[in-house]
Ligand binder design. Structure first.
Ligand code: ASP
Length: 410
């Protein structure tokens, strides 16, 4: 077991967990009471790192970039990559839904109703970006607000120069310490993944999945297609980086996202993975927290497929114009989606409302949402890492030597 790399161990743990989960289908309570707590324990360990890690590494990242112009340029590239790939994801989802006729021949079972949950208004999300109290933002773990505060803090430290040197060094030591802590906690990842996946499979077994198998397959297929087409080609063309190397090294993060369904909780692992690819800390600490918060390609793709599915089963034929509206709203909705389990489902309401679709169909999706969430979160996280590599390559911040020397360690 010692010789196996961490990603192989995580993969094995995931597979064993799925098998054990299938065996435990008749006893979901046992899975929830005796196995899940170990998963929760591990998840808490990871979550404990997120806030100090993001704050420290983003401050260090900003000061490390050296000048404001560079920050603006990297910010521009990052946002462009995030927005374009997300729009692409919805388009892939819609094309597959159209071609494979998702929802065709399926009608809403009588009595399937779902309380419409209020999706946060986009304008509120925008206004909330600036924290009125940064300490509260840290305490609440409000990622977007922490990012803004950290950027402003880093920028100001740079502007002050000499007199803020000790503060800068303080953040550097904090960041290094958090990286160490992440590496130590990661050793437990295979056990955590096992304990997290067993209850999910035990509770959401084939009986829940089979009726809506087509939706599940289309979302999963779309996710794989998006990664294979969009990430591979941007990595190859824009980053001159081998997609195979990339998928191999990003796999601990992708698998962890798959089990936890949370981009935010996966962040420390994503950072460690891009590290192994040679992405400089100043790029990854800027691109990744932002991505974990606003870049959700998998979520957008899922929302496209689900909107089409719900239209079909409600007897509505979406026009091209309406489908374009879906692309736009799903892109925006995914930006407003928090990196926590189930958030994309709530934002799906916004997409349905934008094209006037009934919310009844949400009840069906609710039953399989966790399974869809796992795939979409995995794509969300993989997309963040792909962006980090592409931006790092374009800024000459990609250490290509690491590729050869550190493959053995993950
Ligand atoms: N669970 C997803 C994430 O954390 C968000 C979603 O529900 O779509 O990335």
């Amino acid at each position: 077991m010692k010789k196996l790399s961490l990603s192989t161990k995580i993969l094995i743990a995931l597979l064993i967990g799925i098998v054990v989960g299938l065996f435990m289908q008749g006893m979901p309570d046992a899975a929830n009471n005796y196995i899940k707590p170990f998963g929760t324990l591990f998840l808490n360990l990871i979550k404990l790192i997120v806030v100090p890690l993001v704050l420290a590494s983003l401050v260090v990242g900003t000061t490390g970039l050296g000048d404001i112009k560079k920050i603006g340029r990297i910010g521009g590239k990052t946002l462009a990559y995030y927005l374009l790939t997300t729009a692409f994801a919805v388009i892939i989802g819609l094309i597959l839904a159209n071609v494979l006729n998702v929802g065709g021949g399926y009608t809403i079972p009588v009595g399937a109703t779902q309380e419409a949950q209020e999706a946060p208004k986009f304008i509120d999300t925008l206004l909330n970006i600036i924290p009125t109290n940064p300490i509260k933002a840290l305490v609440d773990g409000n990622m977007l607000q922490i990012i803004v505060f950290a950027l402003m803090l880093g920028g100001s430290i740079m502007a002050v120069g000499e007199k803020a040197e000790s503060l800068k060094r303080g953040f550097e030591s904090l960041a290094e310490t958090m990286y160490k802590m992440t590496a130590a906690i990661m050793q437990f990842a295979p056990y955590g993944v096992f304990a997290l996946i067993v209850p999910v499979v035990a509770v959401n077994g084939p009986s829940v999945l089979l009726p809506l198998l087509k939706v599940i397959l289309i979302v999963y297929f779309g996710c794989i297609l998006h990664m294979a087409l969009v990430y591979s080609s941007t990595l190859k063309v824009l980053g001159k980086f081998s997609p195979i190397e990339f998928f191999k090294k990003v796999s601990p993060a992708s698998l962890f996202a798959f089990t936890t369904a949370s981009s935010s909780s996966t962040l420390p692992i994503t950072m460690k993975c891009t590290d192994e690819m040679g992405v400089s800390k100043s790029i990854s600490s800027f691109v990744l927290p932002l991505g974990a918060t606003i870049n959700m390609d998998g979520t957008a793709l899922y929302q496209g497929v689900c909107a089409f599915f719900i239209a079909q089963i409600s007897g509505v034929d979406l026009t091209i114009g309406q489908q374009i509206t879906v692309v736009l709203t799903a892109t925006l909705a995914s930006i407003g989606t928090a990196g926590v389990p189930g958030a994309g489902f709530i934002m799906l309401t916004m997409v349905l409302q934008a094209v006037g679709l009934p919310l009844e169909g949400l009840a069906l999706i609710a039953g399989i949402d966790r399974i869809l969430d796992m795939a979409r979160t995995s794509v969300n996280v993989t997309g963040d890492a792909a962006c980090a590599v592409v931006v790092a390559a374009s800024e000459n911040e990609l250490n290509r030597e690491v590729k050869a020397t550190e493959t053995a360690s993950m």
